[in-house]
Write a protein that binds this ligand. Structure first.
Ligand code: AHG
Ligand code: MN
Ligand code: MN
Length: 333
């Protein structure tokens, strides 16, 4: 059966037409992010062939070792977005501070972009899936001047769009607006992201729990009790659940979006805020999962309601199928 090919561009332009006042800037910004990710994808595919894997030697603001591909992905996104007329500035997991673009086009742009250029970078050496996560906000300061920290420290509930690209057995972009979540697979022969997963929805119930269970010795009692519940033998309720953990948030949440389940990176005895970053990882993923009918919580509040106070802030996260997230939270509170 033949079907008309819908590219990412066709799709975002169609969506824009639903809003008569839309200027098309958001679609062209998504096209630019798509372009940057296609360039990153090329390099990711070559990781086993050229001398690009391995530690770069520097450490990022979080005190973690950067891999070469992290730096490459970061620079690619910055360069593409800097040249774009639709981005006023960026903030990235790999940089200490945000970057305000000060050329005459950028200062007049409405949008800022926050990203984790390469997520799951410890998976590069073992050829497992990695990704790029992005978040798009409308600036709050007036156009015509350089953006400030205020434009980046916005609550996730104010997101205009968010998405990720997964560099896996195929390369996909999944992106969400308030209209829903759609997935596009990169067709390498034409170099276009093509609609392959329209209107993605997260199941209300799942059978998979996903976390780094090796941290059990550090977990609070509530987390351990929730894990016991997941592992308990209860055929009527479909337990024990299966445990799956790739160690790359993009890959673990892509599975959660498609198959249902819960992903958690909780607070523990050593890390009161868990590990994952609010602005570059948790907010965009929470926006996507909520737009697909799922739920994302810090254990205390909706992730999207957290007021950010600093760019590299971390929060605990429980995200995925609504009923599973609610169950996990019932142990915590
Ligand atoms: P990054 O590669 O951007 O630093 O992110 C890694 C994150 C996330 O992708 C993943 O869910 C988590 O770290 C894995 O952490 P552990 O190794 O502690 O399980
Ligand atoms: Mn990450
Ligand atoms: Mn990263």
């Amino acid at each position: 059966m033949s079907r008309k090919l819908v590219t990412l561009d066709d799709f975002t332009i169609d969506q824009t037409r639903q809003f008569p006042k839309a200027t098309g800037q958001l679609s062209s910004l998504l096209r630019d992010i798509g372009l940057a990710c296609k360039i990153i994808n090329k390099q990711v595919n070559k990781a086993g062939l050229v001398d690009i894997i391995g530690q770069f030697g520097a450490t990022n603001i979080q005190g973690e070792e950067q891999m070469k591909l992290d730096v490459y992905a970061d620079e690619t996104l910055i360069n593409v977005l800097k040249r774009s007329e639709d981005c006023a500035g960026i903030a990235s997991e790999e940089n200490d501070d945000f970057v305000a673009f000060d050329d005459e086009y950028s200062v007049n742009s409405k949008y800022v972009v926050l990203f984790d250029p390469l997520d799951g970078s410890s998976n590069i050496d073992v050829n497992a899936p990695i990704g790029t996560i992005f978040a798009i906000y409308k600036r709050v300061t007036p156009v015509g001047q350089a953006v400030t920290a205020e434009d980046f420290l916005q609550e996730g509930s104010r997101l205009m769009a968010a998405g990720y690209v997964i560099y896996g057995s195929s390369t996909m972009m999944v992106y969400a607006t308030r209209l829903g979540v759609n997935g596009f697979t990169l067709e390498p022969s034409i170099g276009e992201f093509c609609l392959s997963h329209p209107n993605m929805q997260v199941k209300e119930n799942g059978k998979i729990y996903s976390l780094n269970q090796g941290n059990t010795c550090k977990f609070e009692a509530a987390t351990t009790q929730f894990l016991d519940y997941c592992m308990e033998d209860n055929k009527d309720e479909g337990r024990p659940y299966s445990h799956r953990y790739i160690g790359s948030m993009v890959a673990d949440l892509h599975r959660t979006l498609i198959k249902g389940g819960i992903f958690l990176y909780p607070a523990d005895k050593k890390n009161a805020n868990g590990k994952l970053r609010l602005l570059y990882e948790c907010n965009p993923m929470a926006f996507i999962i909520e737009a697909a009918g799922g739920m994302a919580s810090t254990g205390k509040e909706r992730v999207l309601d957290v007021t950010p106070t600093e760019l590299h802030q971390r929060v605990p996260i429980y995200i995925g199928s609504k009923n599973m997230v609610q169950k996990a939270i019932s142990y915590i509170s």
